[in-house]
Design a protein around this ligand. Structure first.
Ligand SMILES: [Zn+2]
Ligand SMILES: [Zn+2]
Length: 429
């Protein structure tokens, strides 16, 4: 129903692009777990199935393997203890197991989905997700963030043919995962502003209807802020729908613009630096929520204080950038910045569009104290300390994240705005 409505809405979009999906079904509701085998048959999944899960997600979907076997599937399994990072070697493990099976079912969320999404793409086999928590928005995505040599890259991947979620399972998932999903949604405020900034400054493609879809999904989730951590199937269902919708929005516009902006890159910066030191990171959505609040402070401040008269050429101190990333990442950063994204704009363009840029920030991003209150009420963290990011790492991420991608962000324009920066204040220190 959800999917059919969205597809209908996006027909003959004025932006001129055909907005299509590979996704054929989204089944979110009560009793989906007991109907999983039937649903997989309905969506033409072959009988020989590789199930990828971890111990927690198997527990949450208790009896799923037996249920699938009773339903006529020959089930092979790859069961992790606890998979926190989607690493290239795990994609290879899935591929090795997949050799004998005809389709993949990923039971879980996050990294478990990502390795399957990428493997299904490489092996060209159908793929389904049985979600166990509304913890992030990547369910419907057709790219996967895969880590290799501690650097996280967005790789082409397969959009699932089918997304299944039993609302009783979602409702029973740990509150920390539901709050993480909320943090991932809150990020859309920044994503919408950065997308408009990219359209204004470098003429990047922007679809108002896809943006509206994301805003709609975000509003639905924000309306449930106070219920996020409760074990309520109706709330879990609405949040899951919002998360799936933004994933579909990403697929519609063929980029992650519809769902992520500077805050996601800040979070990736923190994650990669910690990975390099062999340290685990907090959940994706928890980090992203904290970064959203910090970027909101930055963007509102920039719009309040930057003076168009002073705008000039990009004054990036590249030696400092490379020093901040360290030798392990220097090559990747060099690649992302040759050429660098500010080459596509000029101080004049910024000056002409500055009012529109500030309007985008003010229209899309709530005031920082409002955001902080929303995150708290949803049980999400608001400080670097709560997600175990040190003050030094936090500040480095806020200042240097824009160089991690070839992507226009308002934060990437700081060296052209020539205005005072106050990273500690923006970090809430
Ligand atoms: Zn469009
Ligand atoms: Zn995200």
């Amino acid at each position: 129903m959800l999917l059919q409505n969205l597809l209908q809405k996006m027909q003959n979009c004025p932006c001129g692009r055909a907005h299509t999906v590979d996704l054929e079904g989204v089944e979110i509701g009560r009793g989906v777990l007991d109907a999983a085998a039937d649903l997989l048959h309905t969506y033409r999944f072959p009988d020989d199935l590789l199930v990828v899960a971890d111990r927690n997600t198997l527990l949450a979907t208790s009896g799923i393997l037996e249920h699938l076997e009773r339903g006529g599937f020959c089930v092979r399994t790859l069961i992790y203890d606890d998979l926190r990072t989607a690493h290239r070697r795990d994609v290879e493990r899935v591929l090795a197991k997949l050799g004998n099976a005809q389709a993949v079912l990923s039971v879980g969320t996050g990294s478990l989905n990502d390795i399957c999404r990428r493997a299904a793409f490489l092996a060209d086999k159908p793929f389904a997700i049985l979600a166990t928590a509304p913890s992030m928005d990547g369910f419907a995505s057709d790219t996967a963030p895969i880590t290799d040599n501690n650097f996280k890259k967005s790789m082409p991947a397969r959009q699932p043919r089918l997304i299944l979620a039993d609302t009783d399972v979602l409702a029973a998932s740990p509150a920390v995962l539901k709050s993480a999903g909320y943090g991932d949604m809150i990020a859309k405020y920044i994503a919408m502003a950065d997308w408009r900034v990219a359209a204004l400054t470098i003429g990047e493609y922007y679809c108002p209807q896809v943006a509206e879809l994301t805003r709609d999904a975000l509003q639905r989730v924000v309306a449930l802020t106070d219920k996020v951590t409760q074990s309520d199937p109706k709330t879990a269902e609405a949040i899951m729908e919002g998360l799936v919708m933004t994933g579909i929005a990403m697929k519609f516009c063929g980029s992650s613009r519809a769902a992520s902006g500077a805050e996601h890159i800040v979070s990736h910066f923190w994650e990669c630096r910690k990975l390099e030191q062999g340290l685990p990171s907090d959940f994706h959505g928890r980090k992203v929520g904290v970064a959203t609040l910090m970027i909101a402070r930055m963007y509102h401040d920039l719009c309040a204080h930057a003076d168009p008269e002073r705008f000039g050429a990009d004054s990036t101190d590249w030696n400092r950038v490379y020093a901040a990333y360290g030798p392990g990442f220097a090559d990747d950063v060099r690649r992302c910045n040759s050429p660098t994204v500010t080459d596509d704009t000029t101080p004049e363009i910024l000056r002409e569009n500055w009012d529109a840029i500030c309007a985008a920030v003010r229209e899309e991003i709530p005031a920082p104290d409002v955001l902080e209150d929303l995150l708290r009420r949803a049980g999400a963290p608001t400080t670097a300390q709560e997600i175990d990011v040190s003050p030094a790492l936090c500040l480095a991420g806020l200042e240097y994240h824009p160089y991690m991608r070839h992507r226009m962000l308002l934060s990437r324009l700081v060296p052209m705005l020539q205005c005072r920066t106050d990273y500690p204040k923006w970090a809430g220190m």
